[in-house]
Design a protein around this ligand. Structure first.
Ligand code: PMP
Length: 394
């Protein structure tokens, strides 16, 4: 059970109905307090100084990595802080030693951030890029992966959960195919890690990319976990090296190799507090809470004439991301009315998934309501009631 009292940790919820957590989540007061404590009490740069503030800041920054590692069940490998999922994916695209004849397999479900880096490799390095198309509800056919992944496939890059349709992708089964063919597996966990228990050992992936700002952490924070940290670092400079002379340098080991320059220290501290917050709620409970609300939302919206709900139904394997259209109204118009008439914040448009929208035949996109642990049944009912009124007048 998620205690209803947690809503007090997100004061803006007393003014608005926030249903846009798939874009970015709200941050609870303890996360903001942890960041303010850094600023007030021990602000210093990390990794370099010997004075006491530098020691405290460095220790907390290191701890933040350990907490994030535990959160995704990483027993080995390396966890690196990034700005967001996009940066994490680009680090892999840039850092892997691509060779002639390498192939990449991905899907049409992907966010542009898990598509454009691979398209650039196709266009600039001649990498073979295969795009697997989902069914209308987002479901992917494993037989397509069996066919597409061959010994030439260097990397398979897939989302764990669609940020448009909400369906969960069978990553463990895809990981098995990757292992059989010797391909690396990158999982875009931007929409899964914040909402369901995710364990990299159980998933069997080689890379997991996700965003701190979607899991109650501050904006400007993201994470990259690598089973084998063998990529070339994107940036070189202060902090990333052990030894430098005019004739050469030795890169540092550990996460610092991939985090050249002064990092977002307050962000990392806030993110680690967000991880503790989610752990205290329990990710199984977060998942159950959001599943129950999702069911309520799907059933309510499906009962409104003129509303078309996309993605898997209430019984499907899904997260709390619900896309819908209202008659032939433009999604932006619906989202604007929801805000103006009922203080409901939802996202509308293509959700950075233009090829998916083309594939689904809805170029204007959808209205998307998305949940997090702080939402309740009243939020869902308010959405259903207001969409009902809009559809009635549409
Ligand atoms: N992948 C998915 C599935 C997403 O939903 C998002 C964010 N909407 C991203 C990647 C990109 O995340 P960020 O903007 O934090 O880089």
């Amino acid at each position: 059970m998620i205690p209803t009292e947690i809503r007090a940790d997100f004061p803006i919820l007393s003014e608005i109905c926030y249903l846009d957590s798939a874009a970015t989540s709200l941050s609870p007061e303890p996360v903001l307090a942890a960041m303010l404590e850094f600023e007030h009490v021990y602000r210093a740069n990390v990794g370099r100084g010997v004075h006491r503030l530098a020691q405290v800041a460095s220790q907390k920054y290191w701890d933040a990595h350990q907490k994030a590692r535990r959160f995704i069940g990483a027993e080995g490998g390396e966890l690196v802080f990034t700005r967001n999922t996009t940066e994490a994916i680009n680090m892999i695209a840039w850092g892997l030693p691509w060779q002639n004849g390498d192939g990449i397999v991905t899907t049409l479900l992907e966010h542009h951030s898990n598509l454009l880096p691979w398209m650039r490799l196709r266009d600039q390095k001649g990498i073979d890029l295969q795009l697997i198309a989902p069914a209308a509800d987002g479901a992917l056919d494993l037989a397509d992966f069996e066919r597409a992944i061959t010994p030439d496939t260097r990397l398979v890059a897939i989302t764990h959960a669609s940020n448009v349709l909400g369906n969960l992708v069978p990553v463990r089964e895809i990981a098995r195919i990757c292992r059989d063919q010797g391909a690396l597996l990158l999982v875009d966990g931007a929409q899964s890690v914040p909402h369901i228990p995710v364990n990299v050992e159980r998933l069997g992936c080689d890379f997991l990319c996700f965003s701190g700002h979607k899991m109650l952490g501050p904006t400007g924070t993201g994470l990259l976990w690598m089973r084998r940290p063998e990529i070339e670092p994107l940036l070189l400079g202060g902090g990333a090296v052990d030894q430098v002379s005019t004739s050469g340098y030795t890169l540092a080991s550990g996460y610092t190799r991939f985090e050249a320059g002064t990092p977002n220290i307050a962000g990392a501290i806030g993110l680690s507090r967000a991880v503790e917050y989610l752990e205290a709620l329990g990710m199984e409970d977060v998942k159950r809470h959001e599943q129950a609300l999702t069911r309520r939302m799907l059933e309510g919206l499906a009962g409104i004439p003129g509303v078309r709900v996309l993605g898997p139904g209430p019984a499907g394997d899904r997260i709390g991301v619900v896309s819908f259209t209202v008659g032939d109204m433009h999604p932006h118009e619906v989202a604007t009315i929801l805000d103006e008439e009922a203080d409901i914040m939802v996202r509308s448009g293509h959700h950075c998934c233009m090829p998916l929208m083309t594939h689904l035949g809805i170029p204007d996109g959808t209205v998307r309501a998305s949940l997090h642990c702080y939402n309740n049944a009243d939020d869902v009912d308010r959405l259903i009631e207001t969409v009902g009124k809009i559809a009635g007048g549409a």
